[in-house]
Design a protein around this ligand. Structure first.
Ligand code: SF4
Length: 234
């Protein structure tokens, strides 16, 4: 049975997540033709996770495995993300996973489909779906994983390397924690660099957990002693 929670608005008031709007957005996005990326992808990969998620994790776009499965973060980067979340004690059960762009952009190299970064116009075209997801869920915190997510959520002036670990306010008023995409850790040149990049990523996710805990404590009515989750403790 999923935990239910009232979502928190920017002002600190609470409202129920809009499950119907989220489901309708998923159905509509399956037919989306707002940019050319649908032509060479298998399917739209909408976000996945509870509609009453406290935290939304936003990556760049689905990869080869996600394109085939129709679900975000099921490939190697997703596995690394889940491992880092466990290490940071960030409960997967309160997280909704999605991407800034919902179709897989790739180029053929031999028999392989190699990831290609989406253009600014493709990211802008797809913002309608990400904004719908965030409006329906109204999470307490969004984690932007990598440059494309950061650009989509915070605009062109935000920078991953300069701003990582910071929590910035998006133009729509959502709190966004900036960090790298887990695929960048997999691309590190050697084992030592990979370890360092992974540890820094876990530290960012721990910062996200602490932020969630403090926001939950702020909006909780006094005298109420709710159930805690691993993400809300310590
Ligand atoms: S990438 Fe986004 S905007 Fe482009 S067709 Fe797919 S769902 Fe639509």
């Amino acid at each position: 049975m999923p935990r239910r929670r009232p979502a928190t608005t920017v002002e600190g008031a609470t409202r129920a997540p809009d499950r119907r709007r989220l489901a309708a957005g998923k159905a509509e996005s399956a037919e989306c033709r707002r940019c050319p990326l649908w032509r060479h992808a298998t399917q739209t990969v909408f976000g996945a996770g509870p509609a009453d998620a406290s935290i939304v994790l936003v990556g760049e776009q689905p990869g080869d495995q996600e394109d085939l499965a129709g679900e975000p973060f099921v490939g190697p980067a997703g596995q690394l993300l889940r491992k880092a979340m466990r290490e940071a004690r960030l409960d997967e059960g309160i997280a909704y996973r999605t991407n800034a762009v919902k179709h897989f952009k790739w180029e053929a190299r031999g028999k392989r489909r190699i990831h290609e970064r989406p253009t600014t116009s493709e990211v802008l075209a797809c913002q309608i779906w990400l904004e719908l997801e965030l409006a329906a869920i109204a999470p307490r915190l969004v984690v932007a994983l990598g440059a494309t997510a950061v650009r989509s959520l915070l605009g062109p002036s935000a920078r991953v390397l300069r701003d990582r670990g910071k929590i910035l306010s998006s133009p729509t008023g959502v709190d966004v924690l900036v960090t790298v995409h887990p695929s960048s850790i997999l691309r590190a040149p050697d084992e030592i660099a990979r370890r360092e990049a992974y540890d820094a990523f876990v530290a960012d996710l721990r910062a996200a957990r602490r932020r969630l805990a403090s926001r939950i404590a702020r909006v909780r009515p006094s005298g109420v002693s709710p159930k805690t989750t691993p993400a809300e403790t310590g």
